[in-house]
Design a protein around this ligand. Structure first.
Ligand code: C5P
Length: 299
């Protein structure tokens, strides 16, 4: 909700979570990153970010008291937070002397494969570009995003669905993808992205999967076709280092009788539902079963 465009003093933006419905690792690069082909979907599950302009060049970050307690506990408020790093990078790049106070209502859990931190960083770049009246083009914001991490560019692109390549930062929007209802759930323990990547056995070139069948399924009206082609190469390694995640995948499959998958490097697991109502109902059932985090999402 912006005030007048000429002098934008306040801005409130959603900062959405993503889900990976396909992720293949194509190889390890010399810079230590892995070459990927992944399909990301923006979800309806969001943090909320409130920006208030300030005259001093300072960047201040606070948490809203309405934040989810566990997500807030894992949210640093110092210079290590990607929001502060993104704001400083934009400030320096633009030679800008304005500052900002940012309050985040945090809901997206950390170490979850939902890209909460990356989404916050992208929303910061997009929001401050408007608030500080910098006039950066999307391509310029993409360059800054890629300096900060691999998942930020997806949110800069702003598409509902995208195929991401390279280390994840090269985004190609997928037009008109099928609206999906999912239930996402996270066990108590999160996953470390670097350790999941380093413990993953790379597929041979012959056994590499491609995103093509999943992308074709997204153009259909059949969510079960999407389910059939949902895949994540990192799942096996993540289950070895996080037994709670394997237990959660097994629990979902036995309780709901459908396949369960992992998003990103985990530890969020997810499964599909035919309707929004059933997704909400199944998320509630998981909470009753003692799962620490569960939420119905549309993507
Ligand atoms: O870029 P981002 O900060 O999300 O990456 C975190 C870590 O995950 C990297 O330092 C790297 O160890 C691992 N990673 C990777 N290959 C990718 C993306 C991330 O090995 N494509």
């Amino acid at each position: 909700m912006a005030s007048s465009n000429a002098d934008l003093v306040e801005l409130t933006l959603n900062s959405p979570a993503k889900i990976n419905v396909f992720l293949e690792v194509l190889g390890k690069r010399n810079d230590g990153f892995h070459e990927l082909e992944t399909v990301m979907l923006q979800t309806s599950f969001c943090d909320h970010m409130h920006f208030r302009a300030s005259r001093e060049a300072e960047i201040e970050l606070t948490l809203s008291p309405d934040s989810d307690a566990e997500a807030a506990a894992a949210f640093p408020l110092d210079g290590s937070n990607l929001i502060i790093r993104a704001a400083r990078l934009l400030q320096q790049d633009a030679g800008c002397t304005s500052g900002v106070r940012i309050e985040v209502q945090k809901r997206i859990p950390a170490e979850a494969g939902l890209a909460g931190g990356s989404s916050n960083a992208a929303t910061t770049l997009l929001g401050l570009n408007r608030m500080w009246n910098l006039g950066y083009q999307t391509s310029q914001l993409h360059q800054l995003a890629a300096q900060l991490g691999s998942d930020i560019n997806f949110f800069i692109e702003g598409c509902r669905a995208g195929v991401c390549r390279g280390r994840g930062e090269q985004v190609e929007a997928v037009p008109e993808s099928l609206l999906l209802h999912i239930v996402a759930a996270r066990p108590a323990q999160g996953n470390s992205t670097p350790s999941v990547f380093s413990q993953t056995t790379l597929p041979t070139v012959e056994s590499q999967k491609t995103a093509a069948p999943l992308l074709a399924a997204l153009q259909s009206s059949d969510y079960q076709l999407v389910e059939q082609h949902t895949f994540n190469r990192l799942t096996k390694a993540a289950c070895v280092s996080n037994p709670g995640m394997q237990q959660l995948l097994t629990l979902i499959e036995s309780q709901f009788g459908c396949p369960a998958f992992m998003s990103g490097s985990g530890s969020t697991c997810f499964f599909y539902a035919p309707t929004k109502e059933l997704a909400i109902e199944n998320a509630r059932r998981l909470k009753e079963l003692g799962v620490p985090f569960s939420a119905a999402m549309q993507c």
